[in-house]
Design a protein around this ligand. Structure first.
Ligand SMILES: [Fe+2]
Length: 150
């Protein structure tokens, strides 16, 4: 592992956690779990994990690539996902879209955006990133209503 990809490691870990959240949403929907329960879970996830994650990427990661089409796409995706998360509706369509768009976007970040950063950004530049970011430790135990296990 290069120093650059190592610096991105905490963010990649958060991506894995977000993918797990998507999986839980998917399971809940397929098991016919009350949408309000799923909504409460996505609200909790947004507030505690996704908001700080997006903030960090927008403040410190995306600017590393400068004015770049892939960064523009990522910012548009952040906006769109935030909109889906902030919508007070608990209908199936919105939750489906949210799960789909969030997981697709995370894969894009990992496979395209982060790869480009590793290629273009020097390790020194990324080292300072670590001072901003202690990985947001995701503790699934903090959320008691594990609807996906029902
Ligand atoms: Fe991300």
């Amino acid at each position: 592992m290069t120093a650059t990809s190592q610096a991105l490691e905490p963010l990649s870990l958060e991506h894995q956690q977000a993918l797990r959240v998507c999986e839980n949403i998917r399971k809940g929907l397929s098991q016919g779990v009350d949408k309000e329960r799923i909504r409460k879970y996505t609200n909790w996830f947004k507030r505690n994990y996704l908001d700080p994650h997006f903030d960090l990427e927008e403040q410190f990661i995306f600017p590393l690539l400068g004015n770049n089409v892939r960064v523009k796409k990522a910012l548009a995706n952040h906006r769109r996902i935030n909109k889906l998360l902030s919508c007070d509706c608990d209908n199936e369509r919105v939750l489906n879209l949210l799960e789909e768009e969030l997981s697709t976007f995370i894969r894009y970040e990992e496979r395209v955006l982060f790869k480009e950063i590793v290629k273009k950004v020097g390790p020194e530049e990324l080292l300072q990133l670590q001072t901003h970011h202690d990985s947001i430790v995701f503790n699934e135990e903090d959320w008691k209503d594990k609807f996906w296990k029902s």
